[in-house]
Design a protein around this ligand. Structure first.
Ligand code: PBG
Length: 339
């Protein structure tokens, strides 16, 4: 017996004379054909730029582990926000780096605290042209570096922290924020923030919930970016990287509590979680391509080990393909120029 079909014998489907009749490669032959059948696209309006603003800074401070990313001054932040609006980005996400920290993170709720004044600055600059979002978490403002306040034993006190988050949400709303992004992984944080906003007449402020946020080693460079004072880890409140189903549960809880969008974080190592969350929730889904993802690729590119631009674009496309409607990425401005 030969391998090929003989006369009078029906051909096995998908083959002709021993050669394949079904040829997916036909649609890959030219760039125009590939473009026609591309399932996934990355558009500037799907990208959100995370930015850092440092209290008292007179000039931009580079962040060594995130080449190309800086701690902004209030003025350079305004200019960056104007560029983000000009580029048609989906939004800008603000992180504050205060000059002083204390046990309760009081700088977070102070209307004169760096994050709140920066929100007002950016809103004054871009108005409604660019959604202005803010990280709603205490870790940049506490001297122990945890995302909440501590109880007498030194453990993060969930419910006491919720009260602080409610106050922080009101401070951010008072400064004009469009979207608050609770990122501390306290149980009930979305419900408490939503209720506080509504009770104070801020029903229009949206909540982007860091819903499935994992205790990840890939946040390392961010800790430098915000001058973090954390000793230890966040494993009693952020999720175990072993668990995907729990990520879906967290996202569903946040939707029940009133989240307008939910986020999965980090992105590249958690694309399975992203897909499962995107399939499970009825709200838009964001993914955060975190500092360690950025640093890894920049380091490889700087060494000539990887082709920078296609690698960045492929990473963004992969995150979109896995189900993200919105991607937070430190490359947002640069990528928008390429798209
Ligand atoms: C918490 C927060 C963190 C990041 C975003 N929001 C740090 C953490 O949870 O330890 C990490 C972002 C990144 O790594 O790019 N305020």
């Amino acid at each position: 017996m030969t391998d090929g079909p003989t006369a009078g014998t029906p051909r096995p489907s998908g083959s002709a004379g021993g050669f394949p009749a079904v040829r997916p490669r036909r649609l890959r032959r030219t760039p125009a054909l590939r473009r026609m059948v591309a399932e996934t696209h990355v558009r500037p309006e799907q990208l959100v730029l995370p930015v850092f603003v440092a209290e008292g800074a007179r000039e931009q401070r580079p962040i060594a582990s995130m080449p190309g990313v800086v701690q902004h001054t209030r003025d350079t932040l305004r200019a960056e926000a104007a560029r983000a609006a000009e580029a048609g980005l989906g939004g800008i996400m603000l992180f504050g780096v205060p000059e002083t920290k204390d046990a309760t993170g009081s700088g977070a709720v102070d209307p004169g605290g760096i994050l709140n004044v920066a929100i007002a600055d950016v809103v004054a600059e871009v108005g409604d042209a660019l959604p202005v979002m803010a990280d709603l978490c205490l870790d940049e403002f506490t001297d122990h570096g945890h995302c909440g306040v501590l109880d007498v034993r030194g453990a993060v006190d969930n419910d006491a922290t919720l009260e602080a988050y409610a106050a922080m949400a009101l401070a951010q709303a008072g400064a004009g924020v469009g979207v608050v992004a609770p990122s501390g992984m306290m149980d009930g944080q979305v419900g408490v923030v939503r209720a506080a906003l509504d009770a104070a007449g801020h029903a229009d402020v949206a909540v982007l919930a860091y819903a499935a946020k994992y205790a990840s080693a890939f946040y390392g460079p961010f800790r430098e970016a915000v001058d973090s004072s954390l000793v230890g880890d966040r494993r009693t409140y952020q999720q175990d990287p072993a668990n995907a189903r729990e990520g879906v549960r967290e996202a569903l809880l946040d939707v029940d509590e009133g989240a307008d969008l939910v986020m999965v974080k980090p992105a590249l190592g958690y694309l399975d979680v992203l897909r499962r969350v995107a399939d499970a929730v009825p709200v838009p889904v964001a993914a955060y391509q975190v500092s360690g993802e950025y640093a890894m690729l920049e380091a490889a590119a700087a060494n000539g080990w990887i082709d920078r631009q296609p690698a960045i674009l492929e990473s963004l496309l992969s995150i979109r393909r896995a189900g993200a409607d919105v991607v937070l990425t430190y490359w947002a401005l640069e990528a928008a120029r390429w798209l």
